[in-house]
Design a protein around this ligand. Structure first.
Ligand code: FE2
Length: 146
């Protein structure tokens, strides 16, 4: 396996784990009727799923078949999610920065840079890319829902 393929597989495995992490927490937030947390966690989940798709597409373009390894990730309680997520997002930013130091393939560099920008946003905001700053309160959101 080339270094490039190994990097893409590792990145994809990590993104799948991040998506799983936020999926569980978003479900917990919805079960606890914490709509504000659920909105942020669902935004993060959507971004991480998008990252999985981007890395999967790049692997397929390279003629590779993505594999889905199982994960033994332990997800924290809803009360602690922000501190744990912050550490995980800092780690994601470091991983992409390191990958960009050794990946030379132009198309892959473009994908990694795009994801890195999103991960930096996650690290700073702990929210998804498309959630506006100072977003609507839960009651305002409810009114927007048809
Ligand atoms: Fe992230």
């Amino acid at each position: 396996m080339s270094d490039l393929v190994a990097t893409l597989r590792d990145g994809r495995r990590r993104e799948r784990e991040q998506a799983f992490f936020y999926r569980i927490l978003a479900g917990d937030a919805e079960a606890a009727s914490d709509q504000a947390a659920a909105d942020r966690l669902n935004g993060l989940l959507a971004d991480e799923q998008h990252h999985v798709s981007r890395l999967t597409a790049r692997l397929l373009e390279l003629g590779e078949r993505p594999t889905d390894e199982s994960s033994s990730l332990v997800v924290p309680s809803l009360r602690d999610w922000e501190s744990v997520a912050k550490v995980r997002e800092e780690d994601e930013v470091r991983w992409y920065e390191a990958a960009l130091h050794h990946v030379e393939d132009e198309d892959t560099v473009a994908v990694l840079r795009e994801i890195l920008a999103s991960e930096r946003h996650h690290r700073e905001q702990l929210a998804g890319k498309w959630m506006p700053a100072g977003s609507a309160s839960p009651s305002e959101k409810t009114r927007e829902t048809p």
